[in-house]
Design a protein around this ligand. Structure first.
Ligand SMILES: Nc1ncnc2c1ncn2[C@@H]1O[C@H](COP(=O)(O)OP(=O)(O)O)[C@@H](O)[C@H]1O
Ligand SMILES: [Mg+2]
Length: 353
């Protein structure tokens, strides 16, 4: 049967995943949302059964069997589906049998909708608003602190000159040093101090740079594995900001594992996605995956806030800066973490819809 992808291209614009299945349970068509949901390209899926590319729950499998055998439709909530990469999805599913005479050999229409999709979108919007408010507050505070800090330091210096007893200089030195440290911190809170320098950049060149920096920083037992989709096109962005963003995230992973463990840098393409409320035809996903201890529970909700750190001597600015830089590129950062597996997901737009 000669079914072109173009005949269904309207389905690519849908937010829910749509699959068409033939009499032998083989996938004959999958839309862009479906590819994203199953984290596999249509090229990998077409011609295969759903069960051979992921683990369907018994309920879903019998709904498919019944649709083919008996022409029964099915709607189910909270169905589990385990993807090839191990991720478990919770879905609302609909199976609709198609009339054989009009369906060009296709027998079932399968619709899959992630349950937390809607929740996640509103949560992301709330988060972005909250982050903007936080950044505003922090910038204002940093400005307010910087000026009196300069006065404090100057006064301590003057005092130092007037001191008759040189051993008392130890105290003025403490004031001066601490004022300098605070000044430096305020300066970093006021980042970015430099404007974006957009150019055409290759994401894999950026990831390779991060890889070589970290391998040098943690010589020995840190493994850095790459899993690149080399067909990804270049994107327009600020090279230094992107390196810094990925480096901050990957360095956290290396530090959490104390240099002993594995970090995977993975890239994939995404089609038809919404990032920060805007729709894109093409985007890329960069995953930084580590097998370290996971994000400590106490800071998980707040880790992107400035000054929130879970480690001795941390500034708590790494993730804030990474998030800032990714947002400059109209992208998003997400994180899933449990002991043994932490994934930071960066999504960056390439082409607007
Ligand atoms: N991959 C990770 N594994 C475990 N903990 C992490 C990971 N990434 C970030 N964290 C936690 O988040 C905290 C905040 O990170 P960050 O903003 O870079 O600040 P800092 O590294 O200065 O503490 C870290 O201190 C660490 O506790
Ligand atoms: Mg850090």
């Amino acid at each position: 049967m000669n079914v072109t992808h173009a005949s269904f291209s309207g389905l690519d614009l849908l937010a829910s995943a749509v699959l068409l299945i033939d009499q032998d349970q083989a996938v004959r068509y999958i839309n862009a949302a479906g590819e994203n949901l199953l984290a596999a390209s249509s090229r990998m899926l077409i011609g295969k059964t759903l069960g051979s590319v992921c683990t369907c729950s018994a309920t879903l499998q019998s709904a498919i069997d019944n649709g083919l055998l008996n022409n029964w439709g099915y709607t189910g909530q909270n169905i589990e589906l385990k993807r090839a990469d191990g991720e478990v999805l919770r879905l609302n599913c609909t199976v609709t049998p198609l009339r054989p005479d009009v369906a060009l050999g296709m027998r079932l229409l399968l619709e899959l909708q992630p349950i937390d999709h809607h929740l996640a979108a509103t949560r992301e919007e709330r988060l972005i608003e909250q982050q903007q408010a936080n950044r505003e507050l922090i910038r204002n505070l940093a400005h307010e602190i910087k000026n009196p800090l300069g006065g404090l330091r100057g006064a301590a210096q003057l005092l130092e000159h007037e001191l008759a007893n040189p051993s008392l200089k130890e105290y003025t030195q403490v004031i001066i040093k601490e004022a300098d440290r605070l000044q430096d911190l305020m300066q970093r809170l006021l980042t970015p101090h430099r404007a974006m320098l957009p150019a055409t950049v290759n994401i894999h060149e950026i990831l390779e740079r991060v890889r070589s920096l970290l391998t040098a920083e943690f010589p020995g037992s840190l493994q850095m594995r790459r899993d690149y989709d080399t067909s990804l096109p270049e994107l327009v962005g600020d090279r230094e900001q992107l390196i810094q963003a990925v480096l901050n995230i990957a360095r956290n992973a290396a530090q959490a594992m104390q240099g002993e463990g594995e970090i995977v840098l993975r890239t994939r393409s995404l089609r038809q996605v919404t990032l920060a409320k805007k729709r894109y035809r093409l985007a890329m996903e960069i995953k930084v995956i580590d097998n370290g201890p996971g994000i400590p529970d106490e800071i998980r909700e707040r880790m992107f806030y400035p000054l929130v750190s879970g480690r001795e001597g941390g500034s708590g600015l790494g993730l804030t800066i990474a998030q800032n830089f990714i947002q400059h590129h109209h992208g998003t950062i997400d994180c899933h973490s449990r002991p043994g597996r932490t994934i930071f997901v960066l999504r960056l737009p390439i082409e607007q819809a």
